[in-house]
Design a protein around this ligand. Structure first.
Ligand SMILES: COC(=O)C(/C=C/C1=C(C)CCCC1(C)C)=C/O[C@H]1C=C(C)C(=O)O1
Ligand SMILES: O=C(O)CCC(=O)C(=O)O
Ligand SMILES: [Fe+2]
Length: 365
C-alpha cells in the first residue's frame, strides 16, 4: 500500500526560505524560530577525527583479498552497530556522474521561483518542491527548501513533478538512481554477510524496492543559532545514501551518546545511514540513528538524499536470528506500506515514527 495524499489540511504559510533570504536577508519569520533552547542548534564543537563517523573502503569488499575483505566486513558491522552512520569511499560510482547530478540539482534550485512552483509539493504530500512534513499551522518550519521525487518502482513517479528544466535533469536523475540502487543492493549484501545472514536475505525480502530522492537546499541564515535546517529524525528507509555538494559547510549532525556530533564529509565519499527497516529486522542490533541538519551564516548547503526501502507490499518483523531469551522481539509484525504512510503523514520528531512498530513492554507491578 503506497502512501497517498491526505484530504486537504491547513498548514498556514510555508516560507520559501531561499526567496526570503534574498529579499530580506536579516528577517527570520517567527515560524522558523525554534522555541526552547534545547530545540535550537548548539554550536558544534570541532571533533577530533576519532569522533568522526567511520570510513568504509568498498574496494576491499568488492575486490580485496580474503583478509582485506574480512577486516572491512568487520569495520562495516562495527560502524552499523556503534554509529548507524558511515561514509563509503571507492564505491564505484563515477565522480563525473555525482558531479553532474549535483550541478543539475543546484541549477534547479537556482531557477526562478515561478519555474519551481510548477512542481509545488501540495500540503500534506511528500513529492515536489516545497517543504515536507508540515501538517499544522502552528508547526515550526525548517530552514530548508526541498525537492522530493519518487523514483522506483515506476508507479510511484508523478511525471507532472519531474522538471523540464534544467535540461537533462530527469534523465540524469534516472541514471544516478540506477547506480545508487546498485550500491544499496551491494551494501545490503555486505551488511547481511557481516551479520552472518544469507547474502541475499534483504534483497530478496525487499522485492522491488522503493527508492526516492530528496534534494535539500539550505540557504544561508543571519541567525543560524535560532533555526533548524532539518528537524531531528531517523529515516524511514532501510538505507539512506547522502551526497553533500562539494564546498558545502558542515551541516549534518548525528545524535551519539546524547551529543550532537557534526559529520565531516570526505571528498567523493557518500554518507550512508541505517534506516528504521534495518533497525526492526535486526531487532535493534543496528539502530537508525537520529540526525538533523543545521545551517550556516556564510555558506549555503545542498544535499542529495536517496531513501531505499522495501516494497510497500511486504511485512516486516525482526528476523528470528536476532530473537532469543535475552533479546525478546522489540517490534511487532507490520506492513511496510502502512509504516510508510504513517511516516510521511507525521512531522519529523526524532525517533517517534518508529513507535508505530514497537511492542510496548508492560511494567511489572
Ligand atoms: C519528502 O519525502 C521524504 O522525506 C521521504 C519520502 C520518500 C518517498 C517519496 C518522496 C515518494 C514515495 C516513496 C517515499 C515514501 C519513500 C522520506 O523517505 C523515507 C520515509 C520512508 C517511509 C521511507 O521509506 O523513506
Ligand atoms: O541534509 C542533510 O545533511 C540531512 C538530510 C536528511 O537527513 C534527510 O534528508 O533525511
Ligand atoms: Fe535523514
Amino acid at each position: 500500500m503506497a502512501p497517498v495524499p491526505m484530504t486537504p489540511i491547513k498548514v498556514g504559510h510555508i516560507y520559501d526560505v531561499q526567496e526570503l533570504r534574498s529579499a530580506t536577508p536579516t528577517v527570520i519569520p517567527e515560524r522558523c524560530i525554534r522555541d526552547m533552547a534545547d530545540e535550537r542548534p548548539t554550536k558544534a564543537t570541532p571533533q577530533p577525527s576519532i569522533h568522526n563517523i567511520p570510513i568504509v573502503d568498498l574496494s576491499n569488499l568488492f575486490e580485496g583479498d580474503e583478509d582485506q575483505f574480512q577486516r572491512e566486513l568487520i569495520k562495516l558491522g562495527t560502524s552499523c552497530q556503534e554509529w548507524g552512520f558511515f561514509q563509503v569511499v571507492n564505491h564505484g560510482i563515477d565522480k563525473e556522474l555525482l558531479e553532474r547530478m549535483e550541478k543539475l540539482t543546484k541549477e534547479f534550485f537556482m531557477l526562478p521561483l515561478e519555474e519551481k512552483k510548477k512542481y509545488t509539493m501540495e500540503p500534506g504530500t511528500i513529492q515536489g518542491y516545497g517543504q515536507a512534513f508540515v501538517f499544522s499551522e502552528d508547526q515550526k518550519l525548517d530552514w530548508c527548501n526541498m525537492f522530493a521525487l519518487g523514483v522506483e518502482p515506476q508507479f510511484i513517479r508523478n511525471p507532472k513533478l519531474w522538471p523540464a528544466k534544467p535540461e537533462n535533469f530527469s534523465e540524469t536523475l534516472v541514471e544516478y538512481s540506477t547506480h545508487i540502487r546498485k550500491l544499496c543492493q551491494n551494501l545490503l549484501r555486505f551488511i547481511a554477510r557481516g551479520l552472518s545472514l544469507k547474502e541475499e536475505v534483504f534483497n530478496e525480502m525487499f522485492a522491488v524496492a522503493v527508492q526516492a530522492v530528496r534534494m535539500n537546499y539550505y540557504p544561508t541564515c543571519s541567525r543560524p543559532d535560532l533555526v533548524m535546517g532539518l528537524s531531528p529524525h531517523s529515516d524511514g528507509s532501510a538505507l539512506t545514501v547522502l551526497q553533500e555538494a562539494a564546498g558545502s559547510p558542515v551541516g549534518l549532525q548525528i545524535l551519539k551518546d546524547d551529543t550532537w556530533v557534526p559529520v565531516q564529509p570526505v571528498p567523493n565519499a557518500l554518507i550512508i545511514n541505517i534506516g528504521d527497516t534495518i533497525e526492526v529486522l535486526t531487532n535493534g542490533k543496528y539502530k537508525s540513528v537520529e540526525h538533523r541538519a543545521v545551517v550556516d551564516m556564510e555558506k549555503d548547503r545542498l544535499s542529495l538524499v536517496t531513501f531505499y526501502a522495501p516494497s510497500y507490499e511486504i511485512d516486516l518483523a525482526p528476523l528470528p536470528e536476532f530473537i532469543n531469551e535475552n533479546h525478546p522481539s522489540k517490534y511487532k509484525k507490520y506492513n511496510h506500506g502502512e509504516y510508510s504512510r504513517h511516516y510521511v503523514t507525521n512531522k519529523l520528531q526524532g525517533k517517534k515514527a518508529l513507535e508505530f512498530a514497537k511492542i510496548q513492554t508492560k511494567l511489572s507491578s
